[in-house]
Design a protein around this ligand. Structure first.
Ligand code: UDP
Length: 240
């Protein structure tokens, strides 16, 4: 069904840090429920939603590599497993309010979730199911932002919506520079050359090369997720 909204199919990236909210626990159920409710609202409008979840609230490979002889690849596999925990939690939350949701993992864990199969993911989306992609790209040395850009390109999603704990991209680090301003738009080139630490180079390069617009916005602001998905102006648009 053709909807009158800006995007027909979107890729929502939710970082692990965002899932933690302001809780001591790794996951704040208020945050997962808020995400579920807002996603439910837009899927009812006919917009197809795929999600990539991070794992930084549980385990970040790079910061553990080296401790007790843990090599980077092993650490990164633990990080990817962390994203699966978040994905299953989010799936359960979504299904508790009636949104049919499938988790697909980048490496096989068939008792727990479907393996990633591109055409199958697309089919789920066409049927109105939400698809959560877990385990990142399945490869160490990458990030879930890169996984988000990759899946976005693979399933022909029209935009990558990066839900974070900040309002968007600033002209400078607002913690150090009181005159830093929130940018409405910025080019891929500027993000790369000014090292604004919005996302890693691999991810931003992939978006640039495939002309995937990226919207960076704050998920703690109620209504922002649905606004971003229906294409209302929120946060910062990276493009050009
Ligand atoms: N990771 C990985 N390959 C990927 C995606 C993630 O090895 O393709 C690992 C990596 O160790 C990373 C962790 O999973 O630190 C959690 O992902 P990320 O840090 O991207 O999560 P976020 O910052 O979004 O919470």
């Amino acid at each position: 069904s053709q909807s009158s909204y800006k995007w027909r199919r979107v890729l929502l990236k939710v970082s692990g840090e965002a899932l933690a909210g302001d809780q001591e626990q790794n996951i704040d159920p208020k945050v997962t429920m808020a995400i579920a409710r807002e996603v439910a609202a837009v899927t009812r409008l006919g917009i197809e939603v795929a999600i990539v979840v991070g794992g930084g609230n549980i385990f970040r490979g790079a910061s553990w590599a080296g401790s007790s002889g843990l090599d980077r690849s092993s650490a990164d596999y633990i990080g990817m497993l962390a994203t699966v925990m978040n994905a299953i939690f989010l799936q359960a939350t979504m299904e508790s309010i009636g949104i049919p949701t499938r988790v697909q993992t980048a490496f096989r864990m068939s008792e727990v979730a479907e393996p990633y199969i591109r055409r199958r993911a697309i089919r789920h989306l066409e049927k109105g199911r939400v698809v959560i992609f877990a385990a990142g790209t399945g490869n160490p040395f990458f990030t879930t932002d890169t996984a988000a850009a990759l899946r976005c390109a693979e399933i022909n999603a029209e935009v990558m919506l990066k839900a974070t704990n900040v309002d968007g991209v600033y002209s400078d680090n607002p913690k150090h520079n009181p005159n830093a301003t929130l940018l409405e738009t910025i080019t891929y080139q500027d993000v790369m050359s000014r090292e604004l630490s919005v996302m890693d180079m691999t991810a931003i390069t992939l978006c640039h090369e495939n002309k995937i617009p990226v919207v960076v916005f704050n998920l703690n602001e109620p209504g922002n997720i649905s606004k971003a998905i229906i294409g209302e102006r929120v946060g910062t648009l990276i493009g050009g």
